[in-house]
Write a protein that binds this ligand. Sequence first.
Ligand code: MN
Length: 426
Amino acid sequence: MNALLNATHDPQLRSWVASANEAGTDFPIQNLPFGTYSQGPQGARKIGVAIGDKVLDLRAAALVDTGDMNELMAQSPAKLSALRASISQGLAEGSTKQAEWAGFLTSQSEVTLHLPCRIGDYTDFYTGIHHATTVGKLFRPDAPLLPNYKWVPIGYHGRASSIGVSGQTFHRPLGQTKGPNEEVPVLRPTHRLDYELELGVLVGQGNALGEPIAIGQAESHAFGMVLLNDWSARDVQAWEYQPLGPFLAKNFASTISPWIVTLEALAPFRAPFAHPEGDPQPLPYLDSPANRQQGGIGVALEVWLHTQAMRDAGLGPERLSQSNFLDAYWTVAQMLTHHTVNGCNLQPGDLLGSGTLSGPQAEQAGSLLELSLGGKNALKLANGETRTFLEDGDAVILRASCERSGFRRIGFGECRGQVLPARATQ
Ligand code: MN
């Protein structure tokens, strides 16, 4: 049925790493996501693969000859697929590698996880049509979607320097904001701090400047996917975004999850892709039989909030919303192809954000801007707290997983970030 499937996806496969066989693990042997870690924050950087609650040192196991993820990402899909097959075979029950490789495992709880790769450039798309519609309605009730939305995979160039890995903390940013009753703007801490639930595509092989990536080859340039929280200061955004788009409202912090789930690992969860009937069909350069047959990827997404009051009371986090990447208006292949159609060159490690992934129902929104209807409708939390936007001490946790009958569930781990109080106003 699905030509992308191979022996590494076999749901019957089990690992000699016992925790990889537990029902709830995000990292069974069918997943094998890549990350960069060290023993202690200052230790040498290593490339590892998550297996159950352990990480396997790929260089020690003689599977790679580099500690630099970007070098690995630049390799051809055929080489990467062969590497995945070798890792899968070595970690499978009954493997002759067990005695040797057991010495190359470390508990994930004992290592420091870093950004998985160097991210040279970061682009954020806007593929969440339900997000675009809801946010558009706040500004333009009669015409929420601008006329280009169903033709162009909209995006903007973001900033890579402030991207951090799960566990990132940041001070509530200062910015120019102007309230509706104020004559002039004031520099002050944002009071409409928000998260955005997104997936990120990390680019593998690059393309030469001037040479577009055709849609038929696009996925061979996608190394894998991570969770992405595109933290946003809505009051700063409202004042600054015209005419050139997002700037300081977005570039103070962005957080990604540490484990790159490869496109190959996502193969069992592929789905047909189509625009709704009556919508424009994609222009030919954004269309292909493969993109129609299996351009979609079923990734179930969740946002959780853990407030200071919850932690003080010994309570766990509360889930705010759920959605699915299947509701995106453009596919991974379409984002890559559109980005390069003018000859723009992508490089290994570049990050392409999906845009906020909200579902069709109001409660499936991937940001507080939507869930609180622009701050007008406070969310009531189970412990009695309320939220319109984020408060100091709030931790936001994104999670994702893929499930399909007849296949092993895989997960992305978590993407966690926490808001610290603002520094003193200048
Ligand atoms: Mn975004």
